[in-house]
Design a protein around this ligand. Structure first.
Ligand code: SF4
Length: 394
Protein backbone atom coordinates (compact mmCIF):
# COMPACT_ATOMS: atom_id res chain seq x y z
CA UNK A 1 0.00 0.00 0.00
CA UNK A 2 1.49 3.37 -0.96
CA UNK A 3 1.74 6.26 1.50
CA UNK A 4 -1.33 8.05 0.15
CA UNK A 5 -3.47 4.93 0.52
CA UNK A 6 -2.08 4.43 4.03
CA UNK A 7 -3.02 7.99 4.97
CA UNK A 8 -6.52 7.57 3.57
CA UNK A 9 -7.07 4.36 5.47
CA UNK A 10 -6.23 5.97 8.80
CA UNK A 11 -7.60 9.43 8.03
CA UNK A 12 -10.73 9.21 10.13
CA UNK A 13 -8.90 7.43 12.97
CA UNK A 14 -6.26 10.18 13.04
CA UNK A 15 -8.95 12.86 13.22
CA UNK A 16 -10.53 11.08 16.18
CA UNK A 17 -7.14 10.89 17.85
CA UNK A 18 -6.48 14.58 17.34
CA UNK A 19 -9.89 15.46 18.82
CA UNK A 20 -9.65 13.08 21.74
CA UNK A 21 -7.89 15.30 24.34
CA UNK A 22 -10.54 18.00 23.84
CA UNK A 23 -13.36 15.46 24.10
CA UNK A 24 -11.86 14.12 27.30
CA UNK A 25 -11.63 17.66 28.69
CA UNK A 26 -15.35 18.19 27.97
CA UNK A 27 -16.28 14.82 29.50
CA UNK A 28 -14.30 15.61 32.65
CA UNK A 29 -15.93 19.02 32.95
CA UNK A 30 -19.28 17.30 33.05
CA UNK A 31 -18.14 15.05 35.87
CA UNK A 32 -16.65 11.98 34.15
CA UNK A 33 -13.36 10.71 35.51
CA UNK A 34 -10.41 9.26 33.66
CA UNK A 35 -8.58 6.23 34.99
CA UNK A 36 -5.25 5.40 33.38
CA UNK A 37 -3.61 1.99 33.40
CA UNK A 38 -0.21 0.83 32.22
CA UNK A 39 -0.37 -2.89 31.79
CA UNK A 40 -3.11 -4.62 29.77
CA UNK A 41 -3.99 -6.50 32.97
CA UNK A 42 -5.48 -3.17 34.10
CA UNK A 43 -8.85 -4.59 33.03
CA UNK A 44 -10.46 -1.95 30.86
CA UNK A 45 -13.87 -3.66 31.06
CA UNK A 46 -13.92 -3.01 34.78
CA UNK A 47 -13.08 0.69 34.33
CA UNK A 48 -15.71 1.06 31.62
CA UNK A 49 -18.39 -0.71 33.63
CA UNK A 50 -17.86 1.76 36.47
CA UNK A 51 -18.64 4.62 34.05
CA UNK A 52 -15.03 5.77 34.00
CA UNK A 53 -12.87 6.59 30.99
CA UNK A 54 -10.14 3.98 30.51
CA UNK A 55 -6.88 5.12 28.91
CA UNK A 56 -3.91 2.81 28.52
CA UNK A 57 -0.84 4.92 29.23
CA UNK A 58 1.44 2.98 26.91
CA UNK A 59 3.62 5.89 25.85
CA UNK A 60 7.27 5.34 25.04
CA UNK A 61 10.16 6.64 23.01
CA UNK A 62 10.76 9.85 24.92
CA UNK A 63 14.14 10.01 26.68
CA UNK A 64 13.26 13.19 28.60
CA UNK A 65 10.49 11.37 30.41
CA UNK A 66 12.99 8.67 31.43
CA UNK A 67 15.30 11.27 32.99
CA UNK A 68 12.35 12.82 34.83
CA UNK A 69 11.31 9.37 36.06
CA UNK A 70 14.77 8.59 37.37
CA UNK A 71 14.19 11.12 40.13
CA UNK A 72 11.72 8.54 41.50
CA UNK A 73 12.95 5.16 40.33
CA UNK A 74 16.63 4.32 40.37
CA UNK A 75 18.65 5.07 37.24
CA UNK A 76 18.71 2.07 34.90
CA UNK A 77 15.23 0.98 35.90
CA UNK A 78 12.95 -0.19 33.11
CA UNK A 79 12.65 2.77 30.67
CA UNK A 80 8.91 2.27 30.39
CA UNK A 81 8.40 2.39 34.16
CA UNK A 82 10.63 5.48 34.40
CA UNK A 83 8.75 7.27 31.65
CA UNK A 84 5.43 6.22 33.18
CA UNK A 85 6.18 8.48 36.09
CA UNK A 86 8.37 10.95 34.19
CA UNK A 87 5.47 11.78 31.86
CA UNK A 88 3.35 12.73 34.84
CA UNK A 89 6.09 14.81 36.38
CA UNK A 90 6.78 16.70 33.15
CA UNK A 91 3.11 17.62 32.58
CA UNK A 92 3.53 17.64 28.81
CA UNK A 93 1.21 14.79 27.88
CA UNK A 94 -2.54 15.57 27.65
CA UNK A 95 -3.53 12.12 28.85
CA UNK A 96 -1.27 12.16 31.88
CA UNK A 97 -2.46 15.69 32.62
CA UNK A 98 -6.08 14.50 32.61
CA UNK A 99 -5.65 11.63 35.05
CA UNK A 100 -8.15 11.36 37.88
CA UNK A 101 -6.79 8.01 39.07
CA UNK A 102 -4.59 5.11 38.02
CA UNK A 103 -5.06 1.37 38.11
CA UNK A 104 -1.76 -0.42 38.56
CA UNK A 105 -1.48 -4.15 37.96
CA UNK A 106 1.21 -5.49 40.26
CA UNK A 107 3.61 -6.93 37.73
CA UNK A 108 7.31 -6.16 38.16
CA UNK A 109 8.96 -4.22 40.99
CA UNK A 110 9.32 -0.81 39.33
CA UNK A 111 5.70 -0.92 38.28
CA UNK A 112 4.52 -1.82 41.79
CA UNK A 113 6.22 1.20 43.37
CA UNK A 114 4.64 3.57 40.83
CA UNK A 115 1.43 3.39 42.81
CA UNK A 116 3.11 4.83 45.92
CA UNK A 117 4.59 7.68 43.94
CA UNK A 118 1.35 8.51 42.18
CA UNK A 119 -0.45 8.57 45.50
CA UNK A 120 2.14 10.44 47.53
CA UNK A 121 3.60 12.87 45.03
CA UNK A 122 0.74 13.49 42.63
CA UNK A 123 -2.11 12.97 45.12
CA UNK A 124 -4.02 10.69 42.79
CA UNK A 125 -6.18 7.77 43.88
CA UNK A 126 -4.47 4.50 43.03
CA UNK A 127 -6.23 1.19 42.43
CA UNK A 128 -3.75 -1.66 42.72
CA UNK A 129 -4.61 -5.00 41.18
CA UNK A 130 -2.80 -8.04 42.56
CA UNK A 131 -1.80 -10.75 40.09
CA UNK A 132 -0.69 -14.29 40.84
CA UNK A 133 2.82 -15.19 39.71
CA UNK A 134 1.64 -18.41 38.13
CA UNK A 135 -1.49 -19.74 36.54
CA UNK A 136 -0.18 -23.17 35.79
CA UNK A 137 -3.26 -25.30 35.26
CA UNK A 138 -1.83 -28.36 36.96
CA UNK A 139 -0.14 -26.68 39.90
CA UNK A 140 -2.20 -23.71 40.82
CA UNK A 141 -5.33 -23.35 38.77
CA UNK A 142 -7.88 -23.00 41.53
CA UNK A 143 -5.94 -20.88 44.00
CA UNK A 144 -4.61 -18.54 41.29
CA UNK A 145 -8.13 -18.21 39.89
CA UNK A 146 -9.67 -17.50 43.31
CA UNK A 147 -6.98 -15.00 44.23
CA UNK A 148 -7.30 -13.03 41.00
CA UNK A 149 -11.08 -13.15 41.06
CA UNK A 150 -11.05 -11.63 44.56
CA UNK A 151 -8.67 -8.92 43.39
CA UNK A 152 -11.03 -8.10 40.53
CA UNK A 153 -13.99 -7.98 42.92
CA UNK A 154 -12.10 -5.55 45.11
CA UNK A 155 -11.26 -3.44 42.08
CA UNK A 156 -14.91 -3.49 41.03
CA UNK A 157 -15.96 -2.13 44.43
CA UNK A 158 -13.25 0.50 44.55
CA UNK A 159 -13.86 1.79 41.04
CA UNK A 160 -17.60 1.90 41.69
CA UNK A 161 -16.95 3.91 44.87
CA UNK A 162 -14.69 6.27 42.96
CA UNK A 163 -17.18 7.02 40.18
CA UNK A 164 -20.27 6.79 42.35
CA UNK A 165 -21.74 4.32 39.79
CA UNK A 166 -21.72 0.65 40.64
CA UNK A 167 -20.24 -1.64 38.00
CA UNK A 168 -23.30 -3.91 37.84
CA UNK A 169 -23.23 -7.29 36.10
CA UNK A 170 -25.30 -5.80 33.30
CA UNK A 171 -22.77 -3.02 32.72
CA UNK A 172 -19.93 -5.52 32.91
CA UNK A 173 -21.60 -7.65 30.23
CA UNK A 174 -21.95 -4.59 28.01
CA UNK A 175 -18.29 -3.63 28.49
CA UNK A 176 -17.15 -7.20 27.87
CA UNK A 177 -19.12 -7.44 24.63
CA UNK A 178 -17.73 -4.15 23.38
CA UNK A 179 -14.12 -5.07 24.17
CA UNK A 180 -14.53 -8.57 22.71
CA UNK A 181 -15.82 -7.11 19.45
CA UNK A 182 -12.81 -4.79 19.34
CA UNK A 183 -10.49 -7.79 19.85
CA UNK A 184 -12.21 -9.63 16.99
CA UNK A 185 -11.65 -6.71 14.64
CA UNK A 186 -8.01 -6.31 15.64
CA UNK A 187 -7.35 -10.02 15.25
CA UNK A 188 -8.80 -9.85 11.77
CA UNK A 189 -6.21 -7.17 10.95
CA UNK A 190 -3.29 -9.00 12.54
CA UNK A 191 -4.02 -12.10 10.47
CA UNK A 192 -3.67 -10.23 7.15
CA UNK A 193 0.17 -10.07 7.05
CA UNK A 194 0.26 -13.89 7.06
CA UNK A 195 -0.32 -13.42 3.36
CA UNK A 196 2.49 -11.90 1.32
CA UNK A 197 -0.20 -10.04 -0.56
CA UNK A 198 -1.48 -8.32 2.56
CA UNK A 199 -3.42 -5.09 2.01
CA UNK A 200 -2.00 -3.69 5.26
CA UNK A 201 1.35 -4.04 6.98
CA UNK A 202 1.99 -4.94 10.59
CA UNK A 203 3.36 -1.53 11.49
CA UNK A 204 0.13 0.16 10.50
CA UNK A 205 -1.85 -2.39 12.46
CA UNK A 206 0.28 -1.60 15.52
CA UNK A 207 -0.58 2.09 15.05
CA UNK A 208 -4.26 1.23 14.85
CA UNK A 209 -3.96 -0.87 18.02
CA UNK A 210 -2.19 1.93 19.87
CA UNK A 211 -4.86 4.42 18.84
CA UNK A 212 -7.31 2.16 20.60
CA UNK A 213 -5.54 2.69 23.93
CA UNK A 214 -6.69 6.31 23.83
CA UNK A 215 -10.01 6.46 21.99
CA UNK A 216 -13.52 6.05 23.30
CA UNK A 217 -14.21 2.33 22.98
CA UNK A 218 -17.48 2.59 21.02
CA UNK A 219 -15.99 5.17 18.62
CA UNK A 220 -12.94 2.97 18.19
CA UNK A 221 -15.05 -0.05 17.27
CA UNK A 222 -16.77 2.01 14.56
CA UNK A 223 -13.37 3.05 13.21
CA UNK A 224 -12.24 -0.57 13.12
CA UNK A 225 -15.38 -1.57 11.27
CA UNK A 226 -14.65 1.12 8.67
CA UNK A 227 -11.03 0.00 8.30
CA UNK A 228 -12.06 -3.64 7.93
CA UNK A 229 -14.59 -2.74 5.26
CA UNK A 230 -11.98 -0.72 3.34
CA UNK A 231 -9.48 -3.56 3.50
CA UNK A 232 -11.69 -6.41 2.40
CA UNK A 233 -11.20 -7.12 -1.30
CA UNK A 234 -8.18 -4.83 -1.42
CA UNK A 235 -4.80 -6.33 -2.29
CA UNK A 236 -1.30 -5.10 -1.68
CA UNK A 237 0.69 -3.15 -4.21
CA UNK A 238 3.86 -4.89 -3.03
CA UNK A 239 2.56 -8.34 -3.80
CA UNK A 240 4.16 -11.71 -4.05
CA UNK A 241 7.53 -10.48 -5.28
CA UNK A 242 8.19 -8.63 -2.00
CA UNK A 243 11.77 -9.69 -1.21
CA UNK A 244 12.07 -8.21 2.25
CA UNK A 245 12.97 -10.48 5.16
CA UNK A 246 9.87 -11.41 7.13
CA UNK A 247 10.49 -10.74 10.80
CA UNK A 248 8.69 -11.28 14.07
CA UNK A 249 9.26 -8.92 16.98
CA UNK A 250 9.04 -10.32 20.51
CA UNK A 251 9.64 -8.87 23.95
CA UNK A 252 9.10 -5.62 25.85
CA UNK A 253 6.17 -3.42 25.05
CA UNK A 254 6.49 -1.07 22.08
CA UNK A 255 4.89 2.11 23.36
CA UNK A 256 3.17 4.89 21.45
CA UNK A 257 6.06 6.97 20.06
CA UNK A 258 8.71 4.26 20.49
CA UNK A 259 9.61 4.13 16.81
CA UNK A 260 13.40 3.66 16.87
CA UNK A 261 13.62 -0.08 16.29
CA UNK A 262 10.69 -0.05 13.86
CA UNK A 263 12.27 2.72 11.77
CA UNK A 264 15.62 0.96 11.70
CA UNK A 265 14.10 -2.33 10.56
CA UNK A 266 12.08 -0.58 7.87
CA UNK A 267 15.02 1.53 6.64
CA UNK A 268 17.35 -1.46 6.45
CA UNK A 269 14.89 -3.43 4.35
CA UNK A 270 13.28 -5.73 6.92
CA UNK A 271 9.54 -6.27 7.22
CA UNK A 272 7.90 -7.05 10.54
CA UNK A 273 4.91 -9.26 9.91
CA UNK A 274 4.12 -10.60 13.38
CA UNK A 275 4.71 -9.91 17.05
CA UNK A 276 4.52 -11.14 20.55
CA UNK A 277 4.43 -7.84 22.47
CA UNK A 278 1.73 -6.67 24.83
CA UNK A 279 0.98 -3.50 22.86
CA UNK A 280 0.55 -5.59 19.71
CA UNK A 281 -1.28 -8.83 19.12
CA UNK A 282 -0.01 -10.83 22.11
CA UNK A 283 -2.70 -9.83 24.53
CA UNK A 284 -5.59 -10.07 22.07
CA UNK A 285 -5.48 -13.80 21.71
CA UNK A 286 -8.19 -14.66 24.16
CA UNK A 287 -11.61 -13.09 24.41
CA UNK A 288 -13.58 -12.87 27.64
CA UNK A 289 -15.78 -15.96 27.67
CA UNK A 290 -19.44 -15.02 27.96
CA UNK A 291 -21.50 -17.92 29.18
CA UNK A 292 -24.84 -16.20 28.59
CA UNK A 293 -26.35 -13.10 30.13
CA UNK A 294 -27.01 -14.85 33.45
CA UNK A 295 -23.39 -15.87 34.00
CA UNK A 296 -21.13 -13.98 36.38
CA UNK A 297 -19.03 -11.63 34.24
CA UNK A 298 -16.30 -11.58 36.85
CA UNK A 299 -15.64 -15.28 36.18
CA UNK A 300 -15.24 -14.58 32.47
CA UNK A 301 -12.87 -11.69 33.15
CA UNK A 302 -10.80 -13.77 35.55
CA UNK A 303 -10.58 -16.57 33.01
CA UNK A 304 -9.55 -14.26 30.20
CA UNK A 305 -6.96 -12.16 31.96
CA UNK A 306 -5.36 -15.08 33.74
CA UNK A 307 -5.28 -17.60 30.92
CA UNK A 308 -4.29 -15.34 28.05
CA UNK A 309 -0.74 -15.61 26.68
CA UNK A 310 0.95 -14.42 29.86
CA UNK A 311 3.66 -11.78 30.24
CA UNK A 312 6.91 -13.31 31.61
CA UNK A 313 6.39 -11.86 35.08
CA UNK A 314 4.22 -14.98 35.35
CA UNK A 315 5.69 -18.45 35.37
CA UNK A 316 4.31 -20.78 32.66
CA UNK A 317 6.86 -20.07 30.03
CA UNK A 318 5.61 -22.99 27.96
CA UNK A 319 2.52 -21.11 26.89
CA UNK A 320 4.59 -18.18 25.64
CA UNK A 321 7.04 -20.46 23.88
CA UNK A 322 4.36 -22.40 22.06
CA UNK A 323 2.59 -19.18 21.03
CA UNK A 324 5.84 -17.73 19.66
CA UNK A 325 6.73 -20.88 17.73
CA UNK A 326 3.22 -21.17 16.30
CA UNK A 327 3.17 -17.51 15.27
CA UNK A 328 6.60 -17.75 13.61
CA UNK A 329 5.34 -20.76 11.68
CA UNK A 330 1.98 -19.27 10.68
CA UNK A 331 3.60 -16.06 9.40
CA UNK A 332 6.52 -17.91 7.76
CA UNK A 333 9.08 -15.61 9.35
CA UNK A 334 12.77 -15.67 8.47
CA UNK A 335 14.03 -14.23 11.73
CA UNK A 336 13.02 -12.99 15.16
CA UNK A 337 13.99 -9.63 16.67
CA UNK A 338 13.98 -9.89 20.46
CA UNK A 339 13.30 -6.35 21.66
CA UNK A 340 14.28 -5.74 25.24
CA UNK A 341 14.00 -2.44 27.00
CA UNK A 342 17.15 -2.17 29.07
CA UNK A 343 16.76 -3.53 32.64
CA UNK A 344 13.48 -5.21 31.76
CA UNK A 345 14.29 -8.48 33.48
CA UNK A 346 10.86 -9.95 32.88
CA UNK A 347 11.55 -10.51 29.19
CA UNK A 348 15.35 -10.53 29.23
CA UNK A 349 15.61 -13.54 31.50
CA UNK A 350 13.75 -15.70 28.97
CA UNK A 351 15.77 -14.68 25.95
CA UNK A 352 17.89 -17.81 25.72
CA UNK A 353 14.95 -20.16 26.18
CA UNK A 354 12.94 -18.44 23.45
CA UNK A 355 15.87 -18.14 21.06
CA UNK A 356 16.77 -21.82 21.49
CA UNK A 357 13.26 -23.15 21.09
CA UNK A 358 12.72 -21.18 17.91
CA UNK A 359 15.97 -22.39 16.41
CA UNK A 360 15.44 -25.99 17.49
CA UNK A 361 11.90 -26.15 16.08
CA UNK A 362 12.07 -23.98 12.98
CA UNK A 363 15.77 -23.13 12.43
CA UNK A 364 14.87 -19.47 12.79
CA UNK A 365 17.68 -17.22 14.12
CA UNK A 366 17.15 -14.44 16.66
CA UNK A 367 18.67 -10.99 17.06
CA UNK A 368 18.73 -9.47 20.54
CA UNK A 369 18.29 -5.69 20.69
CA UNK A 370 18.62 -4.11 24.12
CA UNK A 371 18.00 -0.41 24.20
CA UNK A 372 16.13 2.47 25.80
CA UNK A 373 14.49 5.59 24.39
CA UNK A 374 17.68 7.52 23.59
CA UNK A 375 19.00 7.84 20.04
CA UNK A 376 22.64 7.29 20.99
CA UNK A 377 22.72 3.64 19.95
CA UNK A 378 20.89 4.11 16.66
CA UNK A 379 23.91 3.51 14.47
CA UNK A 380 25.02 0.51 16.46
CA UNK A 381 21.56 -1.06 16.21
CA UNK A 382 21.36 -0.28 12.50
CA UNK A 383 24.59 -2.20 11.89
CA UNK A 384 23.32 -5.15 13.92
CA UNK A 385 20.03 -5.25 12.02
CA UNK A 386 21.81 -5.01 8.66
CA UNK A 387 24.03 -7.99 9.48
CA UNK A 388 21.05 -9.93 10.73
CA UNK A 389 19.07 -9.27 7.55
CA UNK A 390 22.00 -10.53 5.50
CA UNK A 391 22.02 -13.68 7.58
CA UNK A 392 18.28 -14.43 7.37
CA UNK A 393 17.76 -13.34 3.76
CA UNK A 394 14.25 -13.03 2.37
S1 SF4 B 1 5.47 -6.29 29.14
FE1 SF4 B 1 4.30 -7.34 30.72
S2 SF4 B 1 4.57 -6.13 32.59
FE2 SF4 B 1 5.17 -4.83 30.83
S3 SF4 B 1 3.31 -3.68 30.32
FE3 SF4 B 1 3.35 -5.52 29.03
S4 SF4 B 1 2.14 -7.07 30.15
FE4 SF4 B 1 2.68 -5.41 31.58
Amino acid sequence: MNNKAKDNLLHSLNIKLAERPQKIAVARESGNKLVGYFCPYGTEEMILAANLIPIRLAFGGDSESISAGEAFLKGHSCPYACSSIGNKKLSINDYYNSLDGVCIAQTYDSMKILGDYYQNYFKLPVFPLGLPRTHNALRSKSHAFDYFKNELKLLQTRLGGFSGKTATDFKMHQAINLCNRIRDKLLFLYKLPQDRNTPIEWRQILKITQAGFLLDRADYLKELEGIEKALRNKSSDKGLDDKRSRLMIVGSLIGIGDEKILDIIEQTGGNIVADCVCTGSMFLRKKVPTFGILSAPIDGLTERYLYNVPCPFMIDKSRRLSRIVKTAKDYRVHGMVYYNLRSNETWRSEFKAIKDVLYRNLSIPTLLIETDYSSEDKEEITEKVKSFLKLVGG
